[in-house]
Each structure stands twice: as C-alpha cells, then as structure tokens.
Design a protein around this ligand. Structure first.
Ligand SMILES: NC(=O)c1ccc[n+]([C@@H]2O[C@H](COP(=O)([O-])OP(=O)(O)OC[C@H]3O[C@@H](n4cnc5c(N)ncnc54)[C@H](O)[C@@H]3O)[C@@H](O)[C@H]2O)c1
Length: 312
C-alpha cells in the first residue's frame, strides 16, 4: 500500500512538474530555444510542391543540407531552382522516389546515405487526396491514399531511424492534418489515413521515449486547409484557408524548439477539447455551423490549380 502511494505521489509530482514546464515554455520567446540545424541532413518527402517546397527553402536558409523526395520531377526541379536562386551555395539533392513503395524507399535511402550522408531530420510530408464520396471511391484509390499518406511513414522511419538510434540524434516530423482529428464528408479515405498517421506518430514517440532515445525528437503537425492548391475548390465559410508561408513558419519554429504537437491555427486546440467533451449531436451542430457538411462538395484538387499550386 505504502509503495503504491509513493508511486502515485511521484506520478502526480512528475505530471505537475511537466505541466508547469509546458506552461512556462509557452511564455518564453521561441527564438531563445531554437536549435542549430546547420549541416544537419533534412529529408523532405513531397518536397516538389506546396509546404514541402517552402520547407526546403527555409532549411537551406538555416544552412542544412536538403534532400527532396518526390514523384514530381518538374516540381523537384522547381524546388531546386527556388533554393539556388536565394542561396546559390546551398546543398539540395533531389531523388525521384515513390514513398508508397517500400522497395523504392529502401533503395533511395541507401543512395542518400552514400551521396549525402546520414539523415538526421526526416519530414514525412508527401500526401494526396481524392475528395470523393465513399460510394464513388474505387478500391485502388483507397489503397493508394493509405499507402501514400500512412504506410509510407513506416517505410521511411524504418529506413532512417536505425541511424538516428545509433547516435541518439535525430528528429521525425509528421505532417498530419486536422482531418486526422475529425472526419468530414468526401474525406473517408483521407481522414482515415491521417487518423492512422497520428496514431503511428504518437506510438513511435512513446516508443522512443520508453526505449531511452532522449536525443531523437518528434513533431506532429495538424494543419487546417492551406492554400497550396491541394484542396483547390474546397470551401471554408468560417475559418479562412491558411497561407502557406504562415504554416511553414509555424512548422519550422516547432521543429527548432522540438515542439511535439502543433495544431494550426491555434483555435484548433480549443475545438479538439470541445470534441472530447461535447455530446455528439451538439458536436455535429457545431460541425454544420462551421460549414463542414459541404466544404468538399466543389473540390477539384491539384489538377485544376495553376503552376505554382496557388489555386485558391
Ligand atoms: N493543403 C492543405 O490544405 C493541407 C491541410 C492539412 C494537411 N496537409 C498535408 O500537408 C502535406 C503537404 O500538402 P501540400 O498542401 O503541400 O500538398 P502538395 O500537393 O502541394 O504536395 C504534396 C507533394 O507530395 C508529393 N507526392 C504525392 N504522392 C507521392 C508519393 N507517392 N511519393 C512521393 N511524393 C509524393 C506530390 O507530388 C507533391 O509534390 C500533405 O501530407 C497533406 O496531406 C495539407
């Protein structure tokens, strides 16, 4: 009994202490806590477009070596040109890699290790969306969504984590989505893949902590609609689409301070709490009032947006 009480007291002290540290950190200027990523090797999947492309530019500006993986060769050339225009001496390495295929991931990981070195920051960002009702989704499309948005995270982590573990140094960044916290019509496959991704990331984070890898950090990012063009045609009546640069600023800042969970915009933390305490009828009324029911009705996606992906 005494042992149990001691254990319980220690747990309460630890929770309170860590809660307080969390609160203090919110008020500290973030830039004081930034880590140095100069010469770190950052691999960004889906870096040929959208937020992946902009993250490549930011990491190059911070002096990191940037590796891009994408299936879009033209996009990768564009990323390379963007970085080189601003930072002519920056190191950018582009590889055509379909992250949904584990053989391709392992082969390209070997190549990156030979050509560039050991990846220390892995950003799992590649993603796709179909935007269809379940009855219109064919099996191949569903499997593809799960392969790209979810299973690919297993393959890239299995490829790069062992090297991070060997030196107890690294950072895994997972680009999830608010759709990984809530469902919506025409998002069954996308939302399922993002929910799964969030579960994967949290389990891996706890696994690394439990195994004592104090030097391997992780960040899960859950943004609302961003104006990259991926969700071209979707409507958001109450909350505006978020600007790509704003999202990328927040992500980079979170990585530099080893922040573990990032929802964008901040309002989403509040909605997340509401979701856990509201009766489901009231929650649906809230979802409707935010325009969630019809937000994807006119979705056309990336096919219909302009060259820069700024379709919205
Ligand atoms: N745009 C949004 O509104 C939004 C909102 C929340 C989360 N997200 C997530 O952010 C991430 C980036 O989205 P974005 O808006 O920059 O989209 P984007 O379409 O601009 O970029 C996605 C990139 O992933 C690449 N890609 C797709 N399949 C791939 C594969 N099999 N292998 C390698 N690369 C592949 C694409 O070619 C593209 O370059 C995605 O994971 C997306 O789900 C986006």
């Amino acid at each position: 009994m005494r042992q149990k009480l001691t254990k319980l007291s220690l747990a309460v002290i630890s929770i309170t202490y860590n809660w307080l540290v969390g609160i203090v950190c919110v008020f500290l200027p973030k830039s004081y806590r930034y880590k140095n990523v100069k010469n770190e090797i950052v691999l960004i999947t889906g870096g040929g477009s959208g937020i992946g492309q902009q993250m490549a530019v930011r990491f190059a500006a911070l002096g990191a070596k940037v590796v891009i993986w994408d299936i879009n060769e033209r996009g990768m050339r564009q990323t390379n040109a963007l970085v080189k225009k601003q930072f002519p001496t920056a190191n950018v390495f582009c590889y055509c890699c379909d992250v949904s295929k584990y053989e391709n991931v392992y082969e390209m990981a070997k190549k990156v290790k030979q050509d560039v070195g050991i990846v220390t920051i892995l950003i799992n960002n590649a993603g796709m969306v179909n935007g269809k009702l379940l009855k219109d989704l064919d099996e191949k499309a569903i499997i593809r969504t799960m392969d790209v948005n979810f299973l690919a995270h297993f393959w890239t982590c299995k490829a790069f984590l062992p090297d991070m573990m060997a030196t107890n140094h690294g950072h895994i960044v997972t680009i999830g989505s608010i759709a990984g916290l809530t469902g919506a019509p025409r998002m069954s496959d996308y939302s399922a893949s993002k929910h799964a991704t969030i579960g994967f990331e949290e389990s891996l984070r706890y696994e690394l902590k439990a195994e004592g890898y104090t030097g391997i950090h992780s960040t899960i990012v859950c943004p609302y609609f961003i104006n990259t063009g991926m969700f071209h045609g979707a409507r958001s009546d109450v909350l505006p689409f978020i600007d790509t640069d704003f999202v990328v600023d927040k992500i980079i800042s979170a990585i530099l301070i080893n922040q573990e969970v990032l929802f964008i915009p901040k309002f989403m933390y509040f909605l997340y709490v509401l979701k856990s305490i509201m009766p489901s009828r009231a929650l649906y009324a809230l979802f409707k009032s935010l325009g969630g029911e019809y937000s994807m009705n006119n979705f056309v996606g990336r096919n219909q947006c302009n060259e820069n992906g700024r379709g919205i």
